[in-house]
Design a protein around this ligand. Structure first.
Ligand code: SAM
Length: 291
């Protein structure tokens, strides 16, 4: 049987079921087996790996994952795809489809139940582009025991996830993701491998979870607040953003100046020039001053 992802077989499947794409669900299906092969290779799967897929569509990537991994759990929100997947994936009993919005699902519990006998867990997906950031943050913030994430997303978002200080794409999302993982763009993907073609360029990103964060912070949630407010107005200085955006800011300008000094950060710098280490030192100094 030909791969699901060949243009002819995809068209046959869509026609057979009278399926029409829903733009609102980010439905851009992959129609190039080479790209699927490269995604699966980037994820370093073995028969002992459990894979979580988000949005299997008609099963193009799922089929490749099933061939390399021991077990695949795939979350699909669109009910119309369920009978299609039951048909296209019938040769792969190691695949289980869960009809749920991944953002509402208890992924940690499902992973624990389904993958108790697996050596490691990877998330591999061609993500629906309207929700890439919330999905990635959910996977990182909920205590889901994953080894890593290999996903296709908008190139612009991939750039932000792996950006370093000083670059235009660097922001609080880069810091949050790099706090939890080592992030690298694996490869860039042309629009032509999708049906229908998206409006933006795509990339595959690989995030490998760190055993422990690279910096010590006194309070994680405060650290993320400090990084977020530091980029609130990108043209403004770090001092200006902190005084205007932190709840304690207006009354606490003097303490903010002192905390910046303590962390060795010139108050006239901009958030985009601060490294993860500098943000950690700053947030610890501010936390001590305000709590
Ligand atoms: N994996 C397929 C492929 O590569 O051809 C389809 C990828 S398509 C970009 C995204 C898929 O995610 C669609 O099947 C869509 O219905 C599904 N989806 C969208 N939002 C979702 C959500 N919140 N939870 C689970 N699946 C979702």
């Amino acid at each position: 049987m030909k791969d699901i992802a060949t243009p002819t077989r995809t068209k046959e499947i869509l026609q057979k079921y009278g399926f029409s794409f829903k733009k609102s669900l980010g439905q851009n299906f992959l129609i190039d087996p080479n790209i699927l092969h490269r995604i699966t290779e980037t994820a370093d799967l073995t028969k002992e790996t459990g894979v979580i897929e988000i949005g299997p569509g008609i099963g193009a990537l799922t089929e490749h994952l099933a061939r390399s991994a021991g077990k695949v759990i795939a979350f699909e929100i669109d009910q119309r795809l369920l009978p299609i997947l039951a048909d296209t994936l019938s040769p792969y009993p190691q695949v289980k489809i869960i009809h749920e919005d991944v953002l509402k699902a208890d992924v940690a519990r499902i992973a624990e139940e389904e993958f108790a006998d697996r050596k490691d867990i990877m998330v591999v997906a061609n993500l629906p582009y309207y929700v890439t950031t919330p999905i990635i943050m959910k996977l990182l913030e909920d205590a889901i025991p994953i080894k890593g994430i290999v996903v296709m997303l908008q190139k612009e978002v991939a750039d932000r996830l792996s950006a370093q200080p000083g670059s235009k794409s660097y922001g609080s999302l880069s810091i949050a993701v790099q706090y939890y993982t080592k992030a690298e763009t694996a490869f860039i993907v042309p629009k032509t491998v999708f049906m229908p073609q998206p409006n933006v360029d795509s990339a595959v990103i690989k995030l490998i979870r760190r055993e422990k964060p690279p910096v010590d912070v006194l309070n994680e949630s405060f650290f993320f607040t400090v990084t977020r407010v530091s980029f609130a107005q990108r043209r403004k200085t770090i001092l200006n953003n902190l005084t205007h955006q932190l709840p304690q800011g207006k009354a606490g300008k003097e303490q903010i100046v002192q905390a910046l000094e303590q962390a060795g950060i010139d108050p006239s710098r901009r958030g985009e020039s601060l490294s993860l280490e500098e943000f950690a030192a700053l947030s610890n100094a501010l936390y001590t001053a305000f709590h």
